[in-house]
Design a protein around this ligand. Sequence first.
Ligand code: PGA
Length: 242
Amino acid sequence: MRYAIANWKMNVPPEGIDKYVEACAAAEPAAAELIIAPPFPFIAELRSFAGDRRIGVSAQNCSDQISGAFTGEVAAAMIRRAGAESVIIGHSERRKIYGESNKTIGAKLVRATEVGLLPVFCIGEELEIRESGGTDQLLERQIGEALEIASGAGEMVVAYEPVWAIGTGRVASTEIVAETHARIREILRRSGQPEAPIVYGGSVTPENARELARQPEVAGFLVGGASLSSAKMLQIRDALAV
Ligand code: PGA
């Protein structure tokens, strides 16, 4: 299975949610599954617009707790009940801005899978780490520490998102993507998730998607900026049909 995941972050597409979903629903079926990750309050709305029209709905985060006195948090079970089937976990913005650790992310993976949400588990290095040759070690830690906690977790998708490529217009080269995805596959084999599809994220556009989609071990894309246009998102999804 290949995935085209639209991460709207804290935005709503300028064309409006209904027009966006209509455009996606009207598009020809494709080789890749389209999943839209809106801010929390739009999950139920998106699910009802999307109906059974082959559009997946995802949250962008969930709590590491089941329920209780955690003001401002949203539990995985609540997200499931609102109609989502998946949840993005450990996005670099969550790690960097909100200080999420690998352990917290591991707990979130457990929370998601225990209620039947497919986690999209994000990993990726900062520029200084890449330049100093520490990428493999960092990815090893991000995966190892989270999956140690989530060792019993079921199916998941892994998203490789180099932080220096997110929202910068600086997409990773096809060489870096191919090499890093191969390395991630090795780590996943040793970490109890040998089959998890690996998607790439970081400045994916309709212009670069086709070439990236041809790289081995690229099972799809996690898209930020370009996902705010249904036309661009559909072109990116269709690039996965190679
Ligand atoms: P971008 O964001 O496509 O705008 O680089 C990707 C992401 O943060 O998931």
